[in-house]
Design a protein around this ligand. Sequence first.
Ligand code: IVH
Length: 682
Amino acid sequence: MDPIQEKIDKLTEELHRHNYYYYMLDEPRISDYDFDQLLQQLAELERQYPQYAHPDSPTQRVGGTITKQFETARHVYPMLSLGNTYSEGDLLEFDTRVRGLLSRQPAYACELKYDGVAISLIYEDGVLVRAVTRGDGVQGDVATANVKTIGTVPLHLTGDVPPLLEARGEIVMPFASFEALNAEREEIGEQPFANPRNAASGSLKLQNSAEVAKRGLQFKLYYALGENLPFQTHYDGLQTLHQWGFRLPDVLELKPDIQGVMDFIAHWHEHKKELPFPIDGIVIKINDFEQQTQVGSTAKSPRWAIAYKFPAERVSTPLLSVDFQVGRTGIVTPVANLQPVSLAGTVVKRATLNNRDFIKDMDIHYGDWLFVEKGGEIIPKIVGVDEAHRAVDAQPVQFVTHCPVCGTELRNNEGEAGLFCPNELHCAPQIKGRLEHFISRKAMNIDSLGEGKIDMLYTNGLVRNAADLYDLTFESLFGLEKVVEDESGKSRVLSFKEKSVQNILNGLDASKKVPFERVLYAIGIRYVGEVTAKKLARYFRNIDTLASATKEELMSVEDVGDRVADSIIQHFNSTENLQVVMRLREAGLQFEVDEQTAQPASQKLNGMNIIVSGVFSIPRDELKAIIEQNGGKNVSSISKNTTFVLAGEKMGPEKRKKAESLNIPIYSEEDFWKLIKDEEDS
Ligand code: IVH
């Protein structure tokens, strides 16, 4: 064997072992520093000799893979959800129901209900090949590169592992990582995440897996699926998976009856705040698989398991002041600043008061003690006023009459609760909000710019609208400064360095290729969301036809009603808006459908699950877009549900073998164009 290969094998094995000690046993045997040294050695060797790198190499923990677009994959077994209960009564009912279906009392396995994102991990011959999110339960997003960075996800398993194993569990963000992440986001002017679950979910959607690696996510195993698994109970299953390389659940207890389950629940209701990660209840499962089968499942959820959700936690805390925030569309939202209070694991300082009617209906006064509630999923919500605490001279909260930023008198549209600032062209938060929308992921996706940088450009007077972005130059950006204050009030100066300037310019340049439908969404016509923009683009084909369309023409597009049509007409009636479009077009943005690649929307591939593999005459992303535009679905893993494989040059031999073994047709690019065309003619 080549000595290099031997060295790579040895390092790989050694690092796998240390990962196991660290993540699975919580017993590191070398220092972090020594581990990093070994890891770097391996990474360098893999870079020079990629032919020897293992697909499950520990270097993948570090990330670095860029996912442009997440593919979807069908779940081998549907990902069901659990029935929820909220009371002792519900639990007794569950117990009575299942006992009625069984000949002997079942033992119940009790575990924590982790509050994160469900994930399915597919292991083929013990190697992690795919990680898929729950999605709609039938198919989800493939997030393999991101999930591989999570230390507690084993990249490979050892022992007598079945050839195909699916491990399911939850990806959670511990509170400490959550707080650190939000602090960092606030510092750079990004919106903090509302709760650890959103943060976990947002992290899995990041395009750069190296970023995911920094987020401190954890994987919590909760069961396994596969053919002929060598265990007969849930409890033994988790022990066996532990033998193969997974961590044991933090808490797993068998209870002989429902009373034992209730004691378990009472204990964790009391102690859940001591856990370093969020849970929102307890999951109870019949332990014995045979009994599980006897009890059965409905289409949506198993009857052999149930989730007990803790009641929403509620505290009361004084209202210190009210901020009035102006959003992208000018709507003014009142936000309560509260005396910081800890609630369900996080500190709450602010909560929305929604609108003028909300304040009036609750009769909120300054200094009032407000009840704040947090259910499992939601951000803190104000649910009432503790009137016993109100001072005699307390003043009711008055909604502002003028824009708190630009001073313009607020208006309200008939039938709408919100008040808005009509000064859309000159009111700073509206201008910045539109720019943030323009660069956002689903719009122009310029991720080298963010909220913080937009603010910097705005404050320095460089941008007022989207077209100004394309006038930016290296000279105008380089060295640009912004003073930021940290929590203690200390200020620091941030300035643009060469690299971030170049990134911004590259990002802007790349955005010139963004297809028309997303440009249309990006320019921010009120009420024109992503889906409407797509439909408008397909119907009108270019901006000129759209801008000159009559109301009647607009309304002949699916989903476009009175309100949307009026808003489009109003948008293109404004000289300012027309000028922005003109300048953006001059800058080179797409204002028409690219007829070469874009097929008219059709349902020709309706119901077809298609795998695109290999190299084609046009970029793969474009090919996939065409599939979607014609009603097809892009999937990433071959199964019996795959309709056909669209094979380009250099398609992987493994895929071809698998397709052939399942009798799935393989189409060439030429076949594909013919398929679309033939059907078109018929
Ligand atoms: S078992 C058939 N166990 O809660 C479903 N789920 O609706 C079996 N969850 O989406 C799921 N902790 O993501 C199970 N210990 C646990 C869990 C758990 C959290 C999530 C899961 C699912 C939801 C239930």
